[in-house]
Design a protein around this ligand. Structure first.
Ligand code: PMP
Length: 361
């Protein structure tokens, strides 16, 4: 078997031991004579996995007891609509900080549902930076402030969490969930699609504070009701049991390598290696993102011409690196280095970058 280094932005690579365990147990789960994905979600065995996954998430991510943890379908995109439907009551207002594509999409959906205010928009800088605290002024009557902690496409990430005068933050952490410690007190709700740092695609994990959740509308169709999902422990209807199972195995893998401390340590080493290769290339590889806004999950850069970028992607592919093409809306290159990407993969990529520059620089 030869596995390549997969730098895809999502769905993205999972840790090899996780894939191996799932493969090994796929046909016969713990001598039950059937697969976990063939079992009823009301059976004891699935229920055990489900409950354990929530407990593992709480422990590893240090989620306080006053936050509910939910598994909701429709991915992160569903949360773009579901949050304003539930929390943007008539007469209330949500503040948005627009840092890139994903904050933009969330804002567009919320605007369909209710009243929003854009408190900052990075458009004039082509979404190449995160605002500083000084640039942010929130609406005194805002119900929540929406932000995206890591813009997967633009490659920028909040390195701090803003002070909002006590207004709860609603954060899209799809592409940096479980990659760092969270000051939970600032947040009303955090959501993240599973397909980058946690599992295959198919779910959003939602962390919602008890008091914030209490304000959600209940006069909505069943699936849109946070109160119902809380009451039913995310088993109101049939969950994607496979996704929850793989998340369970991934969380145990995180625990086995040393938890959040080790994740943070590896994350910094990996990101610094690639940024160093860019910064030390004398302009062969370029980024105009200031250091304090650079993402540690999705590293984007440009090269002298479209042809050179194309050649980079082609040659990288031949050498066993995939997923390096930037998002079609922005072009350039992008290396997504989520928790599952081993240091060896980043080392190999950086070596490739240096060789490529040697040949074409
Ligand atoms: N937010 C962010 C930051 C993302 O990166 C993505 C997907 N790449 C989404 C939201 C949308 O997620 P989904 O496809 O799970 O709806």
């Amino acid at each position: 078997m030869s596995r390549i280094y997969n730098f895809s932005s999502g769905p993205s690579m999972l840790p090899l031991p996780v894939l191996q365990e799932v493969a090994e147990k796929l046909v016969d789960f713990d001598q039950t004579g059937m697969s976990l994905i063939e079992m009823s979600h009301r059976e004891k065995i699935y229920d055990g996995i489900h409950t354990e996954t929530i407990a593992l998430m709480r422990k590893i991510y240090e989620v306080p007891d006053d936050f509910h943890i939910l598994f909701l379908q429709g991915g992160a995109t569903m949360q773009f609509g579901m949050i304003p439907l539930a929390f943007l009551h008539k007469g209330s207002l949500a503040d948005f900080i627009i840092t890139g594509t994903w904050a933009q999409k969330a804002h567009a959906d919320a605007s369909v549902v209710g009243k929003t205010a854009v408190v900052w928009d990075g458009k004039s800088d082509n979404y190449a930076r995160i605002p500083s605290q000084r640039e942010l002024q929130f609406s005194p009557n805002a119900t929540y402030v929406h932000l995206c902690t890591n813009e997967t496409i633009q490659g920028i990430q909040w390195q701090y969490f803003p002070e909002t005068n006590g207004i709860p933050i609603v954060a899209d952490m799809s592409s940096d969930v479980l990659s760092r410690r969270i000051p939970w007190k600032k947040f009303g709700l955090i959501f993240a699609g599973t397909q980058k740092n946690l599992a295959p695609s198919g779910l959003a994990v939602v962390f919602v504070h008890r008091d914030f959740a209490a304000r959600a509308r209940t006069d909505l169709p069943a699936y849109l009701r946070y109160d119902l999902h809380i009451k039913e422990n995310s088993l109101y209807n049939t969950p994607p049991t496979f996704v929850v199972w793989v998340m369970n195995v991934t969380l145990k893998w995180i625990q086995s390598i040393g938890g959040l401390d080790e994740i943070e340590r590896l994350r910094d080493i990996k990101a610094e290696m690639i940024y160093a290769a860019i910064d030390e290339s004398g302009g062969f590889y370029k980024t105009n993102i200031p250091k304090e806004s650079r993402s540690k999950m999705n590293i984007v850069w440009r090269m002298g011409s479209d042809e050179l970028e194309k050649k980079f992607v082609e040659e990288a592919k031949k050498e066993g690196f995939d997923g390096l093409k930037g998002h079609r809306s922005v072009g350039g290159l992008r290396a997504s280095i989520y928790n599952a990407m081993p240091i060896e993969g980043v080392k190999a990529l950086v070596d490739f970058m240096r060789h490529f520059q040697h040949r074409y620089g």
